[in-house]
Design a protein around this ligand. Structure first.
Ligand SMILES: *[C@@H]1O[C@H](CO)[C@@H](O)[C@H](O)[C@H]1NC(C)=O
Ligand SMILES: *[C@@H]1O[C@H](CO)[C@@H](O)[C@H](O)[C@H]1NC(C)=O
Length: 179
């Protein structure tokens, strides 16, 4: 009986130790912070965001309609200007909502330059475009961002209300997967 108790105490202790180490390592993780800009060009020629399905209901004060679906291949740059150095591309889709001027993004950040070249970060989330800062979710990644977690903050740097052309400021906080 005594030895059984000792055994279960040992088991409890090792379980406690295991959960403590898990807690400590997850609290220990620091996000990688990457800062860059997204160049969204809606107008021809050389559009990088094109509406492929047009919704029926215009949204006043915007070039968009409720239900629009756009395919996006936007340049990601180091600075706010198109010629300020490429970081990669934002490739995916957004769909336009109605009630609160928001769009739902599903896209990949595809790094094509620098130390992250070849890796991707997958983003899903809600972008309420009139808000000063919007938080989207990192749902995964590939390469050095394999199984990553994190979040993406989007701010509007500049926008042409008539055309929809915009420059967005992106702050990506990504916690790389650690074994
Ligand atoms: C469109 O892209 C081409 C090729 O990159 C470039 O020469 C041209 O200046 C661009 N036009 C506009 C209006 O940006
Ligand atoms: C990025 O990686 C690809 C594939 O390995 C390579 O072809 C390309 O030259 C690299 N780009 C830069 C800017 O290093």
């Amino acid at each position: 009986m005594a030895s059984l108790n000792a055994k279960s105490n040992l088991l409890l202790l090792s379980l406690l130790f295991l959960s403590l180490t898990t807690l400590l390592t997850s609290a220990d993780k620091k996000p990688v912070h990457l800062h860059f800009y997204m160049q969204e060009k809606v107008t021809d020629p050389n559009a990088t965001a094109i509406v492929v399905a047009k919704g029926p209901i215009p949204l006043p004060g915007t070039p968009y309609r409720f239900g629009d679906i756009a395919v996006v291949d936007n340049a990601l740059t180091k600075g706010p200007y198109l010629d300020s150095g490429l970081v990669g591309q934002a490739q995916g889709l957004f769909t336009v909502m109605k009630s609160d001027l928001s769009v739902i993004w599903t896209f990949n950040i595809v790094f094509t330059y620098g130390e992250n070249n070849g890796s991707t970060v997958a983003i899903l989330g809600r972008d309420a475009i009139t808000q000063p800062s919007r938080e989207l979710t990192v749902v995964g990644g590939s390469g050095i961002f394999h199984m990553a977690q994190g979040y993406l903050l989007i701010k509007t740097y500049s926008v042409n209300i008539a055309s929809g052309d915009a420059v967005l400021e992106l702050d990506l906080y990504v916690y790389p997967f650690k074994k």
